[in-house]
Ligand binder design. Structure first.
Ligand code: PLP
Length: 386
């Protein structure tokens, strides 16, 4: 059976050139980058090169990059560091649609005595900026707003938010895990203090990420241990994966135009054809400000999990907008925050494409999905043909 993989916001395939650069780290270049001997030196050189490449895709200085184990660790590090840097301040501002790597952390911090404002979004997933700005106070230690939403692809106005937050002298962090590699990200154009990224979203391996930390920003490490990463993240570096991340960043920068033209055209074709062929379905998110690879489509009166299973039987891998929690099927917090009706939120599918997808694959989905939706609706007690 052929596989059509359109779940790239969940994770991506490792690029062949990335794997190739990683391989020597498993065989010849195994020294600890902190070691004084030549094997350590070889590893240290690769670490330096990878740091330069990651800094390159962001327009950052090499010493502003801290390697971590994933996007989740980068987010946790940024927010906890800001709280430690401002011990008198107990308030965090974030959004209702963050990834759990920020949302659950803030909920947990609230139990530790902090107070979080979760800024709402409208029905198109656009952030309520008035509430965000009105919520800033002298007690606010950090504002953390994701750059692009993993479920709908909605892009927030990070430049405006960063400017306003910095005018108030408050630390600003952005979770750019879904943005880096898909849209241009330039730390010189936007005044954030910290930015998180993750390798496995841009064709590097899982288990590696980075935190951009603007020069001179007060910082407290999350992983306390050895002197690695200039005392900012203890633990022997995951060299092979870091090398992979560096190469993936270099390649992503080269493919950025393709992402915004060819991949976007494929996404648009998929979206336009499916919504034309299938009645009672709609696209979620801010259609004018969206990642080029993502579409979230709600098919009313049926369940996303059933759609996913039937698509999987055809070899199509996508994702639903629901999370199965403790036996009950809860629609995603993102769709709930947008006020997507229950009957539609349950039937939401996210398609997230990448540079490996082809027009044939998109045509295959356009051919296979309409009969699947019809079949499920015929079984649904809620479905009535107009
Ligand atoms: N932030 C966003 C927006 C994400 O989409 C994800 C992963 O899906 C993460 C953070 C977590 O990244 P990681 O899986 O590297 O911990």
């Amino acid at each position: 059976m052929k596989t059509v993989y359109v779940d790239n916001n969940a994770t991506t395939k490792i690029d062949g050139a990335v794997l190739e650069e990683m391989m020597p780290c498993f065989t010849e270049i195994y020294g600890n980058p902190s070691s004084m001997h030549h094997k350590g030196g070889q590893s240290g050189d690769l670490l330096k090169k990878a740091r330069r490449r990651v800094a390159g895709i962001l327009g950052a200085r090499d010493d502003e990059i801290i390697f971590t184990s994933c996007g989740t660790e980068s987010n946790n590090t940024a927010i906890r560091s800001a709280l430690l840097a401002n011990p008198a301040k107990k308030h965090i501002v974030t959004t209702m649609v963050e990834h759990p790597a920020v949302k659950s952390l803030c909920e947990s911090l609230d139990k530790e005595g902090y107070r979080t404002t979760f800024v709402p979004v409208d029905t198109r997933g656009r952030l309520d900026l008035d509430t965000l700005y009105a919520g800033l106070s002298d007690d606010t230690a950090i504002v953390s707003v994701m750059w692009a939403n993993n479920e709908t692809g909605t892009i927030f106005p990070i430049l405006d938010i960063a400017k306003k937050v910095k005018e108030r002298g408050i630390l600003f962090h952005t979770d750019a895990v879904q943005a880096v590699g898909k849209i241009p990200v330039d730390v010189n154009a936007i005044p954030f203090d910290m930015l998180s990224l993750s390798g496995h979203k841009l064709h590097a391996p899982k288990g590696v990420g980075a935190l951009y930390l603007r020069n001179k920003t007060r910082f407290f490490p999350y992983m306390i241990g050895g002197h690695q990463e200039h005392n900012r993240r203890g633990g022997t570096e995951n060299l092979a994966s870091i090398v992979g991340l560096g190469k993936a960043c270099e390649i992503a920068a080269e493919h950025m135009d393709e992402e915004n033209t060819r991949v976007k055209a494929l996404r648009d074709k998929l979206e336009t054809r499916l919504t034309a062929l299938i009645p009672k379905c709609f696209v979620n998110g801010d259609l004018e400000h969206r990642l080029p690879n993502t579409t979230s489509i709600s098919f009313e009166f049926i369940e996303g999990e059933a759609i996913l299973l039937m698509m999987n039987e055809e070899g199509i891998c996508a994702s639903s907008g629901s999370a199965c929690t403790s036996g009950s099927l809860e629609p995603s917090h993102v769709l709930r925050a947008m006020g997507v009706p229950f009957t539609a939120a349950h039937g939401t599918i996210r398609f997230s494409l990448c540079r490996y997808n082809t027009e044939d694959e998109v045509d295959f989905i356009i051919e296979k999905l309409p009969p699947i939706i019809q079949k499920l609706r015929n079984m649904s007690p809620f479905w009535k043909e107009d």
